[in-house]
Write a protein that binds this ligand. Sequence first.
Ligand code: FES
Length: 154
Amino acid sequence: MKPPARTDYLAGLALGRRPILKLFLGFSVVSSLVGVLIPVIGYLWPPSTGSGAGSGRVKVGNTKDILVGQAKVVPMGNKPVIVLNTEQGVLAFSAICTHLGCVVIWDDTRKIIVCPCHDGQFNPVSGAVIAGPPPSPLPVVPVSVEGEDIYVGA
Ligand code: FES
C-alpha cells in the first residue's frame, strides 16, 4: 500500500487562515470580557476579609508609641484611622477626609488634623471641621486602651 502524498497529509492537518483568525478573535474577546468583568465583580462583591471600619478590634499600638499630644495614622483593615492621644484620652477618627477622600495627617506644629489635599482642618478632640472645604466631621472610630495597648474598632 502506498502512503499518502505529503501534500495530502499536510492538507489534512493544516488550518486555514479563517479558523486561526476566528481563534485569535475569540481569545481576544474572551480576554477583554474577563479584563472588564473581574474589576466589576470585585467592586460589586468585595472580598469578605473582615477589614473595614467596625469589623473588629485591631491593636494599633500603645501609649508609648503615641504620646500625649501626638497622633498616628494606622490601618484598620483596608481603611486608615487616625489615633490621637489627647489630654482628654485616646481618641480615633476615620482618616478619610470627608471632602474628597484624601487621607488626613497629624499636624504636630498646630496640633490639629489636616488634609493635605485642600487644607481641610479638623478638631483633634471632636473631629469637627475647623476650616477648609470638608462638608462634615471625621467619623468617630471606637477606641479602647487596655493597659498600654490601644485598640480601634468594636
Ligand atoms: S480632600 Fe480633604 S480637603 Fe479636600
